[in-house]
Design a binder for this molecule. Structure first.
Ligand code: GLA
Length: 722
């Protein structure tokens, strides 16, 4: 029905556009960037310009793409005949603001699962080159794309726009799903229909990508996609700084999606022969809804996007919410005992362990002075590592190396190491300032503080790397007359430091934290094993927050802690934390014997099933945005094992939710159903408890889950019966 309805409109659009782009844009040859299921088809016109002719499900016969017209120039430059938002904007040495990009060369190489395509575009009048790069991950159905810009003019050219990618779509309607928030309310999902004009999601934070807007989106064609239906593109930018993603609906109802670094306050003076390399834009296409798009990202992230993505992770006990800044050696060693008693792998010492002239007894002082506070920890970190080991747990530590309190020895010694406008008052956020990481001496300082700590204490087994503020009043004393490079240079410098650290410490697990989830992007996750999604650990809120992240990030990356936030039961908190990398931030000595027993068991259950959760296929069955509950399911690849997490939110009294049809199982197999992770002495009210069903039944009829009332939860294990 829909196709018939759309056809006349589509033909009209084509004819209309064909009239505007005559013979010059006829196809000379095509370049197919393809994965197992997806194709992005580019074509070289007779006029030597590069066009994008298709993005969608791969066709069986590539010759079929030849029937498609060259409607959209692929990477549109500014200054010539373009009337909408360009991908690139340049000012030449002679003051000419135009660029015309013609295909000069192209190359495709294959290396196992990866097909790399590189297309060189050149201007015919100016010695400027733009190289578009694509890596197509065959099995994961992910395409990674980025751009390199170079020139040989005499003096620097000015770049005022330098997108990583421009993608064109043609549909009847377009639906954008975006994720926004703030501190403690990350990843709120919102879907809207795009109207004519430009919709932009961006950030201008400098040190982090995310706070108010997250650099991820879904774009559904024609109708809003669901978990299991609809044509949808999922995209994200791998950049740990200010980003911009714009969606422009033009006069012909075509959509341009442009993603890259935010050019805001970042005009770039590109020197002759210097290459400006944009960050990577990653995207996937699914014609079976958002669920498949997510699973594509999860698989890609584990195989390529995240440090040690297929490895193991350490469960931990963190002391932040248990003690805040108020601790000393005896208190900590007692907590090590708690960690051991609980059965976690590691104790993580959070903020508050450093500073002597200005001890870090609150967040107003000491940041930057990375020496143990003598009064609190007279025997130093080495002693704590030993004590933890003696108690049978590993030891990890919190740092925030890119920041400084004005009340610190570091600030007194190096006032010129701070990003701040010379002629204005300092502007604080969480009482701190950002170090000028653009300065190589600051990079060395950050590298050395981590390296020295690890050299002195080689048994430190984990780092939590925090970054608690964004840039304001930004001015780099080091960059002098190149202030518009600060935002870009900062992120590059961060990666430079991480590159060095990862060369020396390739295996050490490091958690990314940024006052909650401010640094959740695939630019940083190359160097990090996991991230802290939010400081909000109230499990009701976490259901939504973790749900949001689950669209783009695999659960092995999401650190979910059980804390004293929220009035829900320990069972509810634990079930919520289990759908990721589980941890605790709680006073173990205040647990009742039943709570302790339950938690010890929960850790064992998580250890037994964590591979399924971290590396299995995720199916989001019921959305908390649709019903007063959330139900998620993980299934392994051979469909022999699955796990359901079911969280009731705030349903009405005497509520009875309807049965949930499962996904990811084999209709021809038989499965045993069991509720697990119950409080000691609590019986299951689950009608299906201990029963066996066919996969066909579970897929078509489903299960009535046992938790129908306010803030109750259930974990259901599903095992193939042979
Ligand atoms: C940030 C982090 C918290 C904690 C504090 C310590 O807010 O998100 O988890 O580490 O810093 O100051």
């Amino acid at each position: 029905m829909k196709k018939i309805f759309l056809l006349p409109f589509f033909l009209f659009t084509l004819l209309n556009l064909k009239a505007q782009f005559p013979a010059a844009s006829q196809t000379q040859r095509q370049i197919i960037v393809g994965t197992e299921n997806t194709a992005l088809v580019l074509s070289v016109g007779k006029n030597q310009k590069l066009y994008q002719v298709y993005l969608g499900e791969k066709l069986k016969d590539p010759a079929d793409y030849l029937s498609l017209p060259n409607l959209h120039e692929a990477y549109i430059p500014s200054g010539t005949d373009n009337l909408f938002e360009p991908a690139i904007k340049i000012l030449h040495n002679d003051g000419n603001p135009s660029l015309e990009l013609l295909v000069a060369d192209e190359k495709t190489t294959r290396d196992g699962n990866l097909i790399t395509t590189s297309i060189l575009l050149k201007d015919s009048k100016y010695p400027v080159e733009v190289r578009l790069n694509f890596v197509a991950f065959q099995k994961e159905n992910i395409i990674k794309t980025w751009t390199e810009i170079r020139h040989q003019e005499k003096n620097p050219v000015l770049l005022t726009k330098y997108a990583s990618s421009m993608i064109h779509l043609d549909a009847y309607k377009y639906w954008l799903t975006q994720f926004h928030g703030d501190w403690a309310k990350e990843m709120r999902m919102e879907e809207s229909q795009l109207t004519s004009g430009i919709k932009t999601i961006d950030s201008k934070l400098g040190t982090r990508a995310n706070m108010y807007q997250t650099p991820v989106f879904f774009l559904s064609k024609n109708i809003p996609s669901t978990e299991t239906s609809g044509e949808v593109i999922a995209g994200t930018l791998g950049w740990t700084g200010s980003f911009q993603m714009s969606f422009e609906l033009d006069n012909s109802n075509s959509l341009r999606m442009i993603s890259g670094i935010n050019p805001f306050a970042s005009e770039y003076h590109l020197k002759p022969y210097e290459t400006f390399t944009t960050p990577e834009f990653l995207f996937t296409f699914s014609n079976t809804g958002k669920g498949q798009a997510s699973r594509n990202f999860h698989r890609w992230a584990r195989n390529y996007g995240v440090m040690d993505g297929n490895g193991n992770r350490l469960s931990l006990l963190n002391n932040w919410e248990a003690t805040f800044f108020d601790f000393d050696e005896p208190k900590l060693t007692e907590l090590f005992g708690g960690a051991k008693n609980l059965g976690v792998d590691l104790f993580l010492l959070d903020d508050g362990w450093f500073g002597n002239k200005y001890p870090r007894s609150n967040d107003r002082a000491g940041l930057g002075d990375w020496q143990e506070t003598q009064t609190k920890l007279p025997h130093g970190l080495g002693y704590l590592v030993e004590q933890a080991e003696a108690k049978g747990v590993k030891f990890g530590i919190w740092i925030e190396p890119e920041m400084v309190n004005p009340k610190s020895e570091l600030y007194e010694k190096h006032p010129d190491w701070v990003l701040k406008l010379p002629n204005r008052d300092e502007h604080y956020y969480r009482n701190q300032l950002v170090l000028d990481l653009c300065n190589p001496e600051v990079q060395e300082f950050v590298y050395k503080l981590v390296d020295d700590m690890l050299t002195k204490n080689p048994k430190i087994a984990f780092i939590k790397w925090d970054c608690n503020r964004m840039m304001t009043n930004t001015y780099s004393p080091y960059l002098k007359d190149q202030q518009s490079h600060v935002q870009i240079e900062y992120v590059r410098s961060f990666y430079r430091v991480m590159d060095r650290l990862r060369t020396k410490y390739p295996k050490l697990p490091i958690m990314l934290c940024s006052g909650g989830g401010g640094r959740t992007d695939y630019g940083a996750l190359k160097y990090f094993t996991e991230f802290w999604p939010s400081d909000n650990t109230d499990p009701y809120e976490r259901v939504f927050i973790q749900w949001g992240y689950s669209y783009f990030f695999p659960s092995i990356t999401s650190c979910n802690h059980i804390t004293s936030w929220g009035k829900q039961s320990l069972k509810y908190k634990t079930d919520v934390a289990m759908m990721g990398k589980m941890g605790y931030d709680i006073r173990v000595n205040e647990m009742t014997p039943d709570e302790l027993k339950f938690s010890q068991q929960a850790i064992q259950i998580h250890n037994r099933l964590r591979d399924l959760i971290w590396k299995g296929e995720l199916y989001r069955l019921v959305s908390p945005y649709d019903e007063e509950r959330a139900v998620l399911m993980y299934a392994n690849e051979d469909k022999s094992k699955a796990l359901i997490f079911s969280y009731a939110l705030h349903p009405r009294t005497f509520n009875q939710f309807s049965p949930v049809k499962l996904l990811g199982l084999d209709a021809n197999k038989k499965y045993k159903i069991e509720e697990i992770n119950k409080m000691p002495g609590v019986n299951s009210w689950f009608a299906a408890e201990g029963k066996t069903f066919s996969g066909d039944y579970l897929l078509k009829i489903g299960l009535s889950l046992p938790n129908n009332s306010d803030l109750t939860s259930a974990v259901i294990e599903i095992t193939e019966e042979k």
